[in-house]
Ligand binder design. Structure first.
Ligand code: SF4
Length: 360
């Protein structure tokens, strides 16, 4: 009996599924089909590496094991559980979505793709990931990893952000998951996994790749040029001064307002300064309306957010009298540990605690 010749797509699906069965990493969220647990992992994994996410995911599920618990948790708690993961809009949307699931779906995570997509913070990729991984539905996914894998395998030279190329990639992702013979969850995860482990942005491991015989980029030696992401925005340097103002063993901190970057997180008073503004004492005086008695550089933290390369210089400050108008609250080093800070300001909180211990 003659069987139909295999198409490129069916060979691709078979090779990906075989490879995934033998090589998938044992990740904690892969041991469950609970859509809530999978959803939390997908949100945490946006912009964040797997090894960073694992302890955060374990702690979140331990502290907030159900959708109801996530819906009801105090804002301070969810921010503290997310502290260090960054992009905090994610956690606020996660809680809003949990509240919608409780109110509209009796606390049961919806299975219909459109209902999942309608939840706050869930876009096309995340809805596709949850529906395929938790419910084994043939819903496509397209994130950075999958874009890289597909543009290389199919030799797509256009920028994947361009409308037409993007639509073509979604279409390919859909065709593949629909052709997976009911292995939707594994097929989608195999694309992500191949992008994470083998088809890396730089120096992809083509010789070890299960789909090298089907890959246009490998055959044509174009792995370096694909995907064609266009020109990146140039990095921008920004400088901030932060002030660790201490009074009776407590430090002044304040909470960032809603609607700004790192909203609701805590921070030490700080100000952005121009490149040639080097007088921290003068900046402090402008902010607080009095001159410091003593000022010394305690720690410098460098970090990046999107295209910004940020240098945060933190100064220990003594003042003859307290400033008249201070915005914020005074907290001891022990109390600071209970607050959710951005990663950079968390380092300042540790420096503040050490400075008290050393009597600086
Ligand atoms: S052969 Fe190389 S470029 Fe092609 S999918 Fe595999 S790792 Fe990526």
């Amino acid at each position: 009996m003659n069987s139909k010749p295999k198409t490129k797509n069916s060979k691709l699906v078979a090779a990906l599924l075989d490879w995934f069965a033998a090589n998938a990493r044992d990740l904690p969220w892969r041991r469950t089909r609970d859509p809530y647990a999978i959803w939390v992992s997908e949100i945490m994994l946006q912009q964040t590496q797997v090894k960073t996410v694992i302890p955060f995911w374990n702690r979140w599920l331990r502290e907030l094991p159900t959708i109801e618990a996530a819906a009801k948790a105090p804002s301070e708690k969810i921010h503290k559980l997310w502290e260090g993961l960054g992009y905090y809009t994610r956690v606020r949307n996660l809680q809003k979505a949990a509240q919608v699931v409780v109110e509209k779906h009796d606390g049961k995570f919806p299975e219909k793709y459109d209902e999942v997509l309608a939840l706050p913070g869930i876009g096309r990729y995340t809805a596709g990931a949850i529906c395929s991984i938790a419910f084994n539905q043939p819903t496509p996914i397209l994130d950075g990893n999958v874009i890289r894998v597909l543009t290389r395998i199919f030799g797509i030279a256009e920028n994947p952000k361009d409308k037409q190329a993007n639509a073509q990639l979604w279409q390919l992702a859909e065709v593949l998951v629909q052709g997976s013979n009911g292995n939707c969850s594994h097929l989608n995860q195999s694309l992500m996994e191949l992008g994470a482990l083998v088809c890396a942005p730089r120096n992809p491991q083509c010789l070890l790749c299960p789909v090298k015989k089907l890959c246009v980029a490998f055959a044509e030696n174009r792995t370096e040029e694909l995907p064609n992401l266009g020109k990146r925005d140039a990095a921008t340097t920004r400088n901030f001064f932060a002030f660790l103002l201490e009074h009776n063993g407590k430090f002044l901190v304040r909470q960032r307002p809603a609607g700004v970057v790192n909203a609701h997180l805590w921070e030490f008073p700080n100000a952005e300064v121009g490149g040639n503004q080097t007088e921290a004492a003068a900046v402090f005086q402008t902010e607080f309306g009095l001159a410091p008695e003593k000022i010394s550089l305690l720690v410098t933290v460098k970090h990046s957010i999107t295209r910004y390369r940020i240098t945060l210089s933190a100064f220990a400050i003594s003042v003859p009298t307290l400033p008249k108008k201070v915005v914020g609250v005074w907290k001891s080093p022990t109390q600071l540990q209970l607050l959710a800070f951005s990663s950079a300001h968390k380092k300042l909180a540790s420096a503040a605690a050490k400075s008290i211990l050393s009597g600086r």
